[in-house]
Design a protein around this ligand. Structure first.
Ligand SMILES: Nc1ncnc2c1ncn2[C@@H]1O[C@H](COP(=O)(O)OP(=O)(O)O)[C@@H](O)[C@H]1O
Ligand SMILES: N[C@@H](CC(=O)OP(=O)(O)O)C(=O)O
Length: 451
């Protein structure tokens, strides 16, 4: 189906009726846009929460916003979800028959545990897709909704972090006929028909997997910025959109904080060499970013990413470097505790592992005890609140000068460096700093390496 474009519209692009009207215009403009993947309504103003967050709040009995030091009662979240969909229906001027009643019933579902969380979390995408398909039809388009439960978007039974099952690719062949099919992102169904969701931001994954399944000519990812920027535009306002990136570069950048595109969403497209085009729903005339298999680099560094909330677990033990299997044992313990690791610089008598510090919450005492018992370090320390700044670019291969420039710029600004790591591929390097200086450090690196 080489003439099909799969177009995914993110939460900001489908947050309200005005945005959905823009989506319609975009879809109508190119007859190849026959599979449209939609997210749940995101924030349309900063005072609002994403519908998916309200749904997680309902599913977790009002605990979901605790990290943001907010407490939103379940009843308020239910009301917010119902009101948002009612408003969208009214403003699009469609009846949406039975939709609000069905939504209310779903919000009172009796499922338990992860199954309950997954089912509730999926409702934002489910109802938005149904509404958008109905709106497309009402405005004269040949369109229908394609629900994962109907066409068989089969996923594993990890209800809150599902992955696609191979059979799903065959089932996707029924998509992409003459009609436009509106597919809800973020969820699939297990072989026994239960709903399971991908990780957060997972509508990008739905789009990427469907693009692979139908052998699409391209995968468009429509959002609220004009492509992937050289640095997070909220932190570095002068950053510009990067016209072309490779699959490898975007993966390195998204794994270190470029959350414009889900880290794993490029993998299915890479397999089939399907180009990904990141574009702005609010400015479709702008070029955006194209992600391709290869490109000729004209620069050293193409982007600088920043990842916060990193902790540094440091162990010292004489002869550690000579003890075969020490690193594997340490990483094995971290795996057992479900702690995400980023880097592990090692030396003769010491090792550090940089981890996601949110994963340490509630686990750190048990983890320390376990490491002490099994690995018997002479000394152990845990340092919190670090940021990793990651510079990426194919042009770094065989050109180490940007590393010198980066260190010298940080040195001139008296920014202390906690960690340095060059990736084995040599197309990126990482610098760890205290989170308190990360804003400055990012701007300094941006100016030294790109701006
Ligand atoms: N390097 C970057 N380039 C572009 N956007 C970025 C970058 N890093 C972070 N972002 C943020 O990602 C946001 C888009 O992602 P997301 O909120 O998931 O969009 P959507 O709702 O369309 O899925 C942008 O509004 C921007 O604030
Ligand atoms: N709505 C889901 C899935 C998703 O991809 O959303 P968005 O396109 O708004 O990032 C989430 O918030 O995680």
């Amino acid at each position: 189906m080489a003439d099909i474009i799969v177009s995914k519209f993110g939460g900001s692009s489908v947050a309200n009726a005005g945005q959905i009207q823009k989506v319609r215009r975009i879809v109508e403009e190119d007859s190849r846009r026959r599979i449209v993947v939609v997210s749940a309504p995101g924030r349309s103003k900063s005072s609002e929460q994403k519908i998916t967050d309200h749904l997680f709040n309902i599913a977790t009995d009002g605990m979901h916003f605790r990290d943001q030091r907010l407490s939103i009662p379940v009843a308020d979240s239910k009301l917010a979800v119902i009101e948002r969909f009612t408003e969208i229906l009214q403003q699009l001027d469609i009846s949406g028959e039975g939709i609000i009643e069905a939504l209310k019933q779903d919000l009172d579902c009796k499922l338990r545990g992860d199954r309950r969380v997954a089912f509730l979390a999926s409702r934002g995408e489910h109802y938005n897709a149904r509404i958008i398909a109905e709106y497309f039809q009402a405005s004269g388009m040949e369109a229908e909704v394609g629900l994962p439960e109907d066409f068989g978007l089969l996923v594993s039974e990890q209800f809150l972090n599902a992955s696609l099952l191979q059979e799903a690719y065959g089932n996707m062949q029924q998509l992409g006929g003459e009609k436009i099919t509106v597919v809800p992102g973020f969820y699939g169904v297990t072989k026994s028909g239960e709903v399971a969701v991908f990780s957060r931001g997972g509508s990008d994954l739905t789009g990427g997997e469907i693009a692979r399944g139908v052998h699409a000519a391209s995968y468009e990812n429509w959002t609220d910025v004009s492509g992937v920027f050289e640095a997070d535009p909220r932190l570095v306002p002068e950053a510009r959109a990067i016209p072309r990136l490779t699959f490898k570069e975007i993966r390195l950048l998204s794994s270190k904080g470029f959350n414009v595109f889900h880290l794993n969403a490029m993998l299915p497209c890479k397999e089939r060499k399907i180009p990904i085009h990141i574009r702005n729903t609010n400015a479709p005339e702008e070029g955006g970013t194209v992600i391709l298999f290869e490109r000729v680099p004209e620069e050293g560094v193409v982007g600088v990413a920043r990842l916060d909330s990193v902790a540094y677990i440091y162990l010292e033990k004489d002869m550690l470097g000579e003890e075969i299997g020490f690193t594997a044992d340490l990483l094995g313990i971290l795996r057992e505790f479900g702690i995400q690791t980023y880097h592990f610089p090692t030396d003769k008598d010491d090792i550090a592992v940089l981890v996601n510090q949110d994963d340490l919450t509630g686990a750190i005492n048990d983890l320390r005890r376990r490491i002490e018992q099994q690995l018997k370090p002479d000394f152990m320390d845990v340092v919190y609140n670090l940021s990793i700044l990651t510079a990426v670019g194919l042009g770094l291969q065989g050109n180490s000068y940007p590393i010198v420039d980066a260190l010298s710029a940080l040195g001139k600004a008296h920014i202390p460096i906690e960690m340095i790591d060059q990736s084995p591929s040599q197309i990126c390097f990482h610098i760890g700093v205290q989170q308190t200086v990360a804003d400055d450090a990012l701007k300094i690196l941006y100016r030294a390496l790109i701006g």
